[in-house]
Design a binder for this molecule. Structure first.
Ligand SMILES: [Zn+2]
Length: 367
């Protein structure tokens, strides 16, 4: 095990640099590295986009940790840092019969282009639904869509949007508002939390990754690293194992009941999230037991959702009347909303992320 380095050795300035750090750290740790290159999407300068996978541990390990970064594109800068930090400091001390598969930049387009969504503007963490049956209905999203992503991004339009969502909250309650804005919608391709019309390339590739790298796994832990929910720099767990199940109890043993059970994001009822990566991995494992969670790191509290709207605005409205100074500042604001540059935040994320990974591996070893 090597010495922990300063956080700036782990956080990269952009996707291409993050990829390079990840691959180099994986090679230093003698992990097997496999690259899944995107067939047609490219980075901002035409650079290739790929999901890189590092696998470490015995080939036939029956217990495996699957840890994913970049499901929400730009949030991947944090998850990537945790993967690199773990490879550099802890990968040589794996328990017996435990292997680790690290998936770097599950949504490389979003990571490279500083957006939370994919090349098709799909929120990948709403894309793992069954597209052979009618898609889930979000009955109120349409009424709010025009307010949320206005033509112009200024004080008047933001005030009007706030008035509209306040009226909606008065009529339907805060939990219904949050559910409308967070659970997923399948009707507005230029909107928030759009789950898509078919399986994304990242979704299909994750199935290949599970089939290839977790073929021997009999028991699986999943960590999907995210940012934007919780207290500043602190972890926030969204465990999607069934309420009251043995698998949920196992996750609670690993990470603490107070952190896993009865979690209320932003103090509100948990939305009825559709099409989660978690559900996809469960399906790909074909009934083999999996316990796990989305692990978030808090940034701006509820204001992070304003940044998700800004993401959509920069993507669809700003190009209609570009303004380099405005767009540069707003893009920096968007990135800072999900991966703050503050050393306090970054140090805290690395410290907690490594501890959570260690707890998971301990738990897996005893499972
Ligand atoms: Zn996220």
């Amino acid at each position: 095990m090597s010495e922990a380095a300063a956080f700036w050795h782990y956080f990269a300035p952009d996707y291409a640099a993050a990829r390079e750090r990840f691959i180099q750290a994986a090679q230093r740790a003698h992990a097997e590295v496999v690259t899944y290159t995107h067939p047609h999407a490219h980075g901002p300068n035409g650079a290739p986009l790929a999901i890189d996978v590092a696998r470490i541990g015995p080939q036939h390990a029956s217990r495996q940790l699957l840890a994913i970064s970049g499901t929400h594109g730009l949030e991947g800068a944090a998850g990537s840092a945790l993967q690199v930090a773990w490879l550099d400091t802890a990968a040589q001390a794996l328990p017996a019969d435990v292997a680790v598969t690290l998936v770097h930049a599950l949504n490389p387009y979003g990571f490279a282009h500083a957006s939370r969504t994919t090349e098709n503007n799909v929120d990948l963490n709403r894309n793992f639904v069954d597209f052979d049956v009618p898609r889930p209905v979000n009955p109120h999203y349409d009424a709010l869509h025009g307010w949320l992503i206005p033509e112009r991004w200024d004080r008047d339009t933001l005030a009007a949007a706030k008035a509209a969502t306040d009226r909606f909250r008065d009529a339907h309650g805060a939990d219904t508002l949050f559910n409308t804005l967070a659970s997923g919608q399948y009707t507005h391709a230029d909107g928030l939390i759009y789950g898509g019309s078919q399986r994304e390339w990242s979704n299909l590739t994750l199935e290949r990754i599970v089939a290839t790298h977790l073929a021997q796994a009999e028991r699986v832990a999943l960590i999907d690293w995210h940012t934007g929910i919780g207290e500043y720099g602190q972890p926030f767990f969204l465990c999607f194992n069934a309420e009251g199940s043995a698998l949920q109890q196992r996750a609670a043993q690993w990470w603490g009941e107070d952190r896993v059970l009865d979690q209320r994001p932003h103090g509100l009822a948990r939305p009825d999230y559709r099409g989660l990566v978690f559900r996809g991995v469960e399906r790909f494992l074909g009934g083999r037991p999996m316990a796990g969670a989305v692990v978030e790191f808090g940034t701006r509290g509820p204001n992070a959702s304003l940044a998700s709207r800004l993401d959509q605005w920069l993507r669809f409205r700003a190009p209609q009347a570009p303004d380099v100074e405005r767009d540069t500042q707003l893009r920096a604001d968007l990135i800072d909303a999900f991966v703050p540059f503050s050393s306090l935040w970054r140090e805290s994320v690395v410290t907690h992320g490594l501890a959570i990974t260690a707890q998971t591996l301990d738990g897996l070893a005893r499972w």
